[in-house]
Design a protein around this ligand. Structure first.
Ligand code: GDP
Length: 304
């Protein structure tokens, strides 16, 4: 229900464009495939993934000799779902951590403005709700506002935060945070990091250093490197994914602002192109408006 509301714009737009693409056609032919290609590209699925989907449908048409446009809907759903992976139970409200790691350390990366702080706050809220003890680390020391914003979320959720001051060494903040978490026997640590993209080498060095220093406290930290992307930014999100995956080993995605976009295909394209599972989606500014990603619900919401 909430997903349907949240993805209202994505779905109405994709689905109406899809319907236009097959309007007046009973059989999938080159025209329909051309139209479909355009619908996928303009929905931010990305050229690479779009071509993959089109090729698979072409292969089915070739194999079965005939494909009705009525069946295209179902086949497209299957092909899109096959491109998406899930790391979780698929229950949109199940924020449990299936991990032997304690603390379970999440390092959050992404450029400013994508919803990084908000996502950290929402995650802290959900983890706390599940009964986990959570510690936040304000390792985005580049902007004073970043530290202040994270403090506001920590207060709002009621979880401890470890911070220093603007300009201090992010790795030192991360180290302090992990040490504090270990001392408190905390279950989950969420570390915010700075999202400056002006220099690839700096970004890589900074993230590598944070990791190395964290590992002095928790040898296999971080268990999760979560890249936050704004789902409404299309090609920018692809560029950011390229940048961050080159700088560090991203193993989970959070795609935000899917409530505010007429597209949302970013979820499909980025997950496929970078072979990283989407773990969370943001569907509003509210504290509860973060969901565990469920690929079938997501695909359904495109076609309703
Ligand atoms: P940061 O700079 O990446 O830390 O971004 P913030 O967390 O400060 O978020 C930037 C803006 O995006 C804020 O106004 C948030 O309320 C808003 N925002 C974050 N996530 C979502 C979402 O899922 N949906 C909507 N509509 N807004 C969001």
């Amino acid at each position: 229900e909430q997903l349907d509301q949240g993805l209202e714009k994505s779905k109405s737009s994709f689905f109406s464009k899809f319907n236009k693409a097959i309007a007046g056609k009973s059989k999938v032919d080159d025209d329909v495939l051309d139209n479909l290609e355009e619908v996928l590209v303009t929905s931010d699925v990305g050229v690479e993934t779009t071509l993959k989907v089109i090729e698979r449908i072409e292969a089915r048409v070739a194999r079965d000799k005939y494909l009705g446009t009525q069946e295209l809907n179902q086949i497209l759903r299957e092909e899109i779902a096959a491109l998406l992976s899930e790391t979780n139970s698929g229950d949109a409200t199940d924020f449990s951590i299936n991990s032997v790691h304690k603390p379970y350390v999440i390092m959050v990366v992404g450029v400013n403005g994508v919803g990084k702080t908000t996502t950290i706050g929402k995650l802290a809220y959900q983890f706390k709700k599940q009964g986990y003890s959570v510690v936040l680390g304000a390792a985005d020391t580049f902007r004073a506002a970043a530290i202040d914003q994270l403090q506001i979320w920590a207060d709002r959720v009621g979880v401890p935060i470890v911070k220093q001051y603007m300009g201090s060494d992010p790795a030192s903040v991360a180290f302090d945070t992990l040490q504090s978490a270990v001392n408190q026997n905390a279950d989950v640590v969420i570390i915010d990091t700075a999202g400056r993209l002006h220099n690839k080498v700096n970004l890589m060095n900074e993230l590598t250093k944070i990791k190395r220093v964290m590992q002095k406290v928790v040898p296999d930290a971080p268990q999760e490197v979560l890249l936050v992307l704004d789902g409404s930014t299309g090609q920018n999100a692809f560029e950011q994914a390229k940048h961050f995956t080159a700088a560090t080993e991203v193993n989970a995605l959070a795609v935000t602002k899917l409530d505010g976009t007429a597209k949302g295909g970013v979820v499909i394209g980025i997950s496929d192109q970078f072979q990283i599972p989407v773990k969370y989606i943001g569907v509003g500014e509210g504290i509860e408006q973060l969901q565990v990603f469920n690929k079938f619900e997501f695909v359904d919401s495109f076609f309703k």
